[in-house]
Ligand binder design. Structure first.
Ligand code: S3P
Length: 746
C-alpha cells in the first residue's frame, strides 16, 4: 500500500456486522496500517480485540482526540437515526481533514445530518453505502469477504474533495469491492424499491402470520416458500426501523406502488382472470430467471441488468476433431422473432414449437411482454402467445431493450411506428453502432416520427399517434429486415404498402403473415399488402435454423471422413445460398425427406466430406447466404485455389464488420486473404493454430471453432459469449459431433 490515497489509520465506529467486516477485511487485505474500533459496549470492544479484527478498541470517542490526522479514515456504521449524534462527537474530537465516510442505507438523511452538525457540507465527508449484508448481526458475524465482488455505492457531495473521494474509493477497492458513484436522490429512490420495500414486506408478512393469524401454530406448517421469502425479516430491527423513517418519502412511494399492484392482483384472482394472472406470473418469472442468471454470472448486485457485460468467454478448440452423427440445431432465428411479433398482433392464441431460446429472440419476446402481451414459456421451445390484436399493445413502462438484435430493432420500428404511444428502442454496444436510417428514413416518408442518435444510430425514439400512409419503396439494398419493417408498418398505414427488392431476400414475414390469414401479394420482386385486415392466431412449427446448420455443413465438408445429418432444417429457397455455394465448391450435400411444415419447406440434410475448390461466388447468391459468409470463408480457406466474394458490402454492417473480422482471423491463422470494399479473396491453404478475436460476433466465433477441424494446432477464440444470441447450445453440439471444444471463462 504505497499509493497516496492509501489509508493510514482506519477508525470503525460501530462494530456490528458491517463495521466489523470492514475492520476484518482491512486487516486481512492490509488496506491500512492500523484499525481502531469504537463500540458502545465494553464486551464488544473486548470481543473485537479477541477476534483480532482491530488493533485497538474503545467505548469512548474522546479517546480519538489527538490521535488522528492526514490520511486517516473514519467509517461510521451505526443505525441511521444515531448518525447525527455520532457526527457531533466526531466534529468535536477529530481534526478537520480526516476523511469521514459511512455505511448507512439512506443517504439523504446523512446529508441532512452532516449539514446540521457542520452547518455546511465539508469536503472531507464522503457518504457511502456498501451493498452487502446478511440477516446475521453483531461483531461475531464479521466476515472479511463480505465486500468481495460486492458493490459499494459512494454518494459524494458536490463539495466532497477529490483526495477524500479517492481515499475512500481506494479503501473499498482494497477489500475487493466494486466501487461506483451515484447521486444521493437516485440512490435513495433505487434502494427504496430494491431493498427497503422488500424488507418492509418481509417484516410485515412475518408479523401478519405471527400475530394476526388465527392459528398460533402457523409457523409449523410454513414451508420453504415462507422461509426463503422472509429470511430478511431476521435482520437488525433497529437498523430497519431507522431506515424506513430516514427514507420515508421514497419508501412510501415504493409501498404505494406495491399496494397498487397487489390490489390489481387481488382483483384478477377475484375475477378468476386466468390469462391476466398468467401475464403477471410469466412476466415476473422471466424477470426473476434473468436475475438468477445474472447472479450466476456475477456477484450479487455488482452489475445492473441492462448494463451487465456478457461474461468473457473464450473457446479453445483442439485440432483433430471429427464431424460425425445426427443432430438438430436450434430453431430459426428469423422465424422465431416473427412468430412472437405476429402472434402478439394476432387475435387469439398462437402456439409455437421449436422456438429459438437464444438471446436475440428472447429480447423480442421480452419487448412484447413489456407491451402487455401475455406470453407463456419458452419451455423447451414451446411458447404460447395470447395475441392482443393489431391495436392491443400497451405503452411499455420504459425503453424497450433488444440487446444485440438488429432484427428486433428494425422490425419493431415498423410495428411501433403504427402505435398510439411513444417508445424508445435501445440495444447493446454493438447494436448501437449499426445503421438504422435504412428503416427510419422510409418510415418517415410513410409519416412516422422517429428520432435517432447521430448518423442514424440507435437508440430510436418513436412518437406514437402518427398517421401512417402506405407507399411504394424501392429498397436500395437487399434487406429482409427493411422489407419486413415496412410491411409491418403497412399493417397500420392508410392504403397499400409495397416494397421492391433489388435481389430476393428471406420472405418469412410474407409467408407468416399469410399463415396468420393476412393477404400479402407478390408480383415479381415486389411484396405488397393493404391495411385493414386482421391476423388470426395459429400454430407455428419453427424449423431448425439453416444459418446455424451452416457451421456443420462446412464442418462436414472440410473434415476428412465426415458424415453428418442435420434434421428438420428450414430450406426456404431465400435461405439456401449456403447449400448452393458449397455445392458449387464441390461439397457433397444431400437433401432428404423434403416436406413442408407450417408454410416453410424443411428437409434433413446429409453432408459428407468432399474436396472443395475455390470459386467466384455468384453475386445473386450473396443475399441468400448473407449470414453464412463467416462459415463459407472457412470452407474457402480449406478449398483448393482462390475464392472470390463480391457484392457483399452488407457484411460490413452486421454485428461486426464481418469482412474485416474474418480477414483478421484468417490472417492470424496463416491463411492468405485480402479484403475488398465489397468482399474478400481467400486463397485456400494450411490453417495454423493461433489466437483469433471474434469481436463479440457470434457467427465469427462459431466459424473459427469449425476451422479447427483442419487446423494444425489449437485455435483460441476470444469473446464468445454472444454465441448465446443465436445458438446457445453450439458448444454442446460441436462436442457431440466430435469437435474438442473447451470453454474458458476469463
Ligand atoms: C434477417 C435479415 C438479414 C440477416 C439477419 C436476419 C431477418 O439482415 O442478416 O441476421 O430476420 O430479416 P438484413 O436484412 O440486414 O440483410
Amino acid at each position: 500500500m504505497v499509493s497516496s490515497s492509501a489509508t493510514r489509520q482506519l477508525v470503525v465506529i460501530g462494530l456490528g456486522l458491517i463495521g466489523a467486516s470492514l475492520a476484518a477485511a482491512a486487516k486481512k487485505y492490509r488496506a491500512c496500517e492500523r484499525v481502531i474500533g469504537v463500540a458502545r459496549r465494553e464486551e464488544v470492544c473486548a470481543r473485537a480485540l479477541e477476534l483480532g479484527i482491530v488493533d485497538e478498541a474503545t467505548c469512548n470517542m474522546d479517546d480519538l482526540r489527538n490521535k488522528l490526522g492526514e490520511g486517516d479514515v473514519v467509517f461510521v456504521s451505526v443505525p441511521t437515526l444515531a448518525m447525527r449524534n455520532i457526527l457531533r462527537q466526531l466534529k468535536d474530537c477529530v481534526p478537520d481533514g480526516v476523511t469521514i465516510t459511512d455505511g448507512a442505507s439512506v443517504k439523504g438523511s446523512v446529508r441532512d445530518d452532516v449539514q446540521h452538525v457542520w452547518g455546511y457540507l465539508p469536503e472531507f465527508v464522503v457518504p457511502g453505502h456498501p451493498i452487502a449484508g446478511s440477516e446475521k448481526s453483531g461483531v461475531d458475524a464479521y466476515n472479511p469477504e463480505l465486500y468481495a465482488d460486492h458493490r459499494v455505492i459512494l454518494t459524494p457531495f458536490a463539495e466532497s474533495g477529490r483526495a477524500h473521494i479517492a481515499r475512500v474509493t481506494a479503501l473499498w477497492s482494497s477489500v475487493k469491492a466494486d466501487v461506483v458513484n451515484m447521486d444521493i436522490a437516485l440512490h435513495d429512490e433505487v434502494l427504496a424499491t430494491t431493498s427497503h420495500l422488500p424488507h418492509a414486506i418481509a417484516y410485515s408478512l412475518v408479523d401478519t402470520l405471527a400475530h394476526d393469524s388465527q392459528n398460533e401454530n402457523i409457523f409449523r406448517y410454513a414451508a420453504g416458500g415462507f422461509r426463503d421469502f422472509t429470511r430478511i425479516a431476521s435482520s437488525d430491527a433497529t437498523m430497519w426501523r431507522d431506515i424506513m423513517l430516514a427514507n420515508k418519502q421514497d419508501v412510501l412511494s415504493a409501498i404505494d406502488l406495491f399496494l397498487n399492484n397487489m390490489s390489481r392482483l387481488r382483483a384478477l384472482i377475484e375475477k378468476e382472470d386466468a390469462t391476466a394472472l398468467t401475464g403477471v406470473f410469466t412476466r415476473a418469472k422471466a424477470a426473476r430467471d434473468r436475475f438468477t442468471l445474472m447472479l450466476s454470472h456475477q456477484a450479487y448486485s455488482s452489475h445492473s441488468m441492462q448494463n451487465s457485460e456478457p461474461k468473457n468467454l473464450s473457446y479453445s478448440v483442439k485440432p483433430g476433431g471429427k464431424a460425425q452423427g445426427k443432430i438438430r440445431v436450434p430453431g430459426d432465428k428469423s422465424i422465431s422473432h416473427r412468430s412472437i411479433m405476429l402472434g402478439s398482433l394476432a387475435e387469439g392464441i398462437t402456439e409455437i414449437t421449436g422456438f429459438l431460446e437464444g438471446e436475440d429472440a428472447l429480447a423480442t419476446l421480452q419487448t412484447f411482454r413489456d407491451m402487455g402481451v401475455v406470453i407463456e414459456g419458452p419451455d423447451h421451445g414451446n411458447v404460447t402467445v395470447h395475441g392482443v390484436g393489431l391495436h392491443g399493445l400497451k405503452a411499455p413502462a420504459g425503453a424497450l431493450y433488444v440487446g444485440n438484435s438488429g432484427t428486433s430493432m428494425r422490425l419493431l420500428s415498423g410495428i411501433l411506428s403504427g402505435q398510439q404511444f411513444d417508445t424508445e428502442l435501445t440495444g447493446d454496444e454493438s447494436l448501437t453502432k449499426r445503421p438504422m436510417n435504412r428503416v427510419a428514413n422510409p418510415l418517415r416518408t410513410m409519416g412516422a416520427n422517429i428520432e435517432t442518435a447521430e448518423n442514424g444510430r440507435p437508440p430510436l425514439k418513436i412518437s406514437g399517434a402518427s398517421a401512417l400512409r402506405g407507399m411504394h419503396y424501392d429498397m436500395p439494398m437487399a434487406s429482409a429486415q427493411v422489407k419486413s419493417c415496412l410491411l409491418l408498418a403497412g399493417l397500420y398505414a392508410e392504403g397499400e404498402t409495397s416494397v421492391s427488392e433489388p435481389a430476393p431476400t428471406r420472405d418469412h414475414t410474407e409467408r407468416m403473415l399469410q399463415g396468420f390469414g393476412y393477404v400479402v401479394e407478390r408480383e415479381g420482386n415486389t411484396a405488397k399488402l393493404s391495411s385493414g385486415g386482421k391476423l388470426v392466431g395459429c400454430s407455428i412449427d419453427i424449423p431448425a435454423d439453416i444459418s446455424s446448420a451452416a457451421f456443420f455443413l462446412v464442418a462436414g465438408s472440410i473434415c476428412p471422413g465426415a458424415d453428418m445429418t442435420l434434421t428438420h432444417v428450414g430450406i426456404n429457397p431465400t435461405r439456401t445460398g449456403v447449400i448452393n455455394i458449397l455445392r458449387l465448391m464441390g461439397a457433397n450435400i444431400t437433401l432428404l425427406n423434403e416436406r413442408e411444415v407450417g408454410g416453410e419447406p424443411v428437409a434433413d440434410i446429409r453432408v459428407q466430406h468432399a474436396p472443395l475448390k475455390g470459386i467466384k461466388v455468384p453475386e445473386d447468391q450473396v443475399p441468400l447466404a448473407i449470414d453464412e459468409f463467416p462459415a463459407l470463408l472457412v470452407a474457402a480457406a480449406c478449398a483448393d485455389g482462390e475464392t472470390v466474394v463480391t457484392g457483399a458490402e452488407e457484411l460490413r454492417v452486421k454485428e461486426t464488420d464481418r469482412i474485416q473480422a474474418m480477414a483478421d482471423g484468417l490472417s492470424a491463422l496463416g491463411v492468405a486473404c485480402s479484403p475488398t470494399p465489397d468482399g474478400i479473396v481467400v486463397t485456400g491453404g494450411t490453417i495454423s493454430g493461433g489466437e483469433v478475436e471474434s469481436y463479440g460476433d457470434h457467427r465469427i466465433a462459431m466459424s473459427f471453432a469449425i476451422a479447427s477441424l483442419r487446423a494444425q494446432a489449437i485455435i483460441e477464440i476470444r469473446n464468445c459469449a454472444n454465441v448465446a444470441t443465436s445458438f446457445p447450445n453450439f458448444p454442446e453440439l460441436a462436442r457431440e459431433i466430435g469437435i474438442p471444444l473447451e470453454i474458458r471463462e476469463e
